[in-house]
Design a protein around this ligand. Sequence first.
Ligand SMILES: Nc1ncnc2c1ncn2[C@@H]1O[C@H](COP(=O)(O)OP(=O)(O)OP(=O)(O)O)[C@@H](O)[C@H]1O
Ligand SMILES: [Mg+2]
Length: 377
Amino acid sequence: MGLPHIFDDGTQTRPLKVLIVDDDPLAMFMTSSMAEMAIPGMAIQTAACAQDAFDLFAADRFDCVLIDYEMPGANGLELASRIHALDPAVPILLCTGAGNETLAADAIKQGVSDYLPKATLSADGLRRAIRDAIDKARQAHLIAAQRKDIEMFAFALAHDFKQPSRQLVTFAELARQEAPVADGSQLDQMLQFISAAAGRLNRLVDGMMEFMLLSAPPPLRPVEVDAIFAGICLALQDFLQERGGVLDLVGSARVMGHEALLGQVLQNIAINGLTYNESALPRVEIACAKVAAGIEIRVCDNGIGIDACDVDRIFEPLVRLNGREAHDGSGIGLTLARRAMAAMQGTIRCEPRPPPDRGTVFVLMLGDAAANSDLAA
Ligand SMILES: Nc1ncnc2c1ncn2[C@@H]1O[C@H](COP(=O)(O)OP(=O)(O)OP(=O)(O)O)[C@@H](O)[C@H]1O
Ligand SMILES: [Mg+2]
């Protein structure tokens, strides 16, 4: 028997398998008949309750699942999330008799591919919905696979760069010690340049590796900003003393995040605030406040400031606004910060401080741990 021709481009190489879940026998008969008409030859299995559907899916994977929203015991969205826990990529279509906008929005937010009102269901509509959902899932799978390949390649490259760049630093140092090089001579200067360049290369490679490692989202937990602040003060003790700078915390908050990552983000921003700063008393203030969308952390400095036209650009890799002679940064700190915030389902943006104040504000948004009290307990 020929394959059901859902994809005209010939990418479908085996019969499609669809699972239809509905507790109402008449509705089930209608949806199944329509599906048979929509895609002749498609393998259809049915389940009359959520548990049967889950067991069938656990035993035998499907290309697409059609779920009735209202079933006794569990609603369709709950079943969809249980199935997605087994296979996050499988496309799920939610059918319902009593559709409304909120339900559709909720369904899509929870990863359901589409929402089909039973009253207007047709063979053509079903065919289109199944084809689009499978097509989208395939493309997402392809993009994820390509991204993984690229990341693996970049990770391997960064890893292999490490050894030669460390050797450059070591051997340039050894050469300065071993060879009879007069301090300040041309050869001495050249060896120092090699050391400095190799040091920068090392930092870039480290940053690149950190960036790669951030592609896997960390587990999010309630995190106390006070505790993170105490850790940063300790880590920056010498730096603060050297610069004669001050680091302050105003208010406290419990956010959904990852302690090490958030610590790194805040520390990077604090170092920037104290480094790109020509005030007599460099100051960085971290202030937490509860807002409608979660917890807002504002990191404010009295430094040299950033022009409004640069506030987005500074998050791009390797962007540095000041000459190397002023500050020897790699231009990776904020790129890592943005990626770390995204991994914690948060955001970061930069704003110039409104006059008459000088300086910069970084605004971080994270989930409020108090709103996830079951996790916060
Ligand atoms: N608080 C700030 N005030 C003024 N300029 C800043 C501030 N923070 C960042 N910048 C500018 O943005 C650029 C990018 O910052 P980023 O932290 O990404 O890299 P970096 O500090 O140069 O190097 P590193 O990777 O070592 O952190 C900096 O080079 C600097 O020009
Ligand atoms: Mg920096």
